[in-house]
Design a protein around this ligand. Sequence first.
Ligand code: AMP
Length: 173
Amino acid sequence: MELEKLIRDVPNFPKEGIIFKDITTLLKDSTGLNATINALYDLAKEKGITKVAGIESRGFILGGALAQKLNAGFVPIRKPKKLPAETISASYELEYGTDKIEIHKDAIVPGDKVLLHDDLLATGGTMEAAVKLIEQLGGEVVQISFIIELDFLKGKEKLKNYEVHSLIHYQEE
Ligand code: AMP
């Protein structure tokens, strides 16, 4: 199935010059949703994964489905001030300024084998920060998966020591 056909390009969202890759058109298609979950599951099923960590907010959707299929736990990595208990945080660079993500301190225990998941890899800053959070808590990042990768932004270079998979690649904007 050609998943790429189910992704909607929305020009100039959330700001001028960005082409937003909208996955809601894929999510609402039952065949596309099922094919996406199964493809990501096949990549991860032999890895002994104990936790799937998803990045707010679109990483929660398939992250939860993957955790259930892998018989693993699910861990949310969230924007600042959303998680109620004790957290650690990591900052990353944006085009203008910095941003932060957080994880509960007790979400990962040493020895956990973690699959990190988000909908899209752009510059890689968000995922690089997420890797730091998992490792700081003693988890091992055994795989990183995305639905979409924007190859031309070279985000993979920030993740070169890890196994990274994306189902759909865009070579240019
Ligand atoms: P980055 O840290 O640059 O890799 O950005 C990745 C995060 O930003 C992901 O959580 C994506 O959901 C979001 N993102 C960045 N660029 C786009 C885009 N063109 N379309 C949709 N989401 C994007």
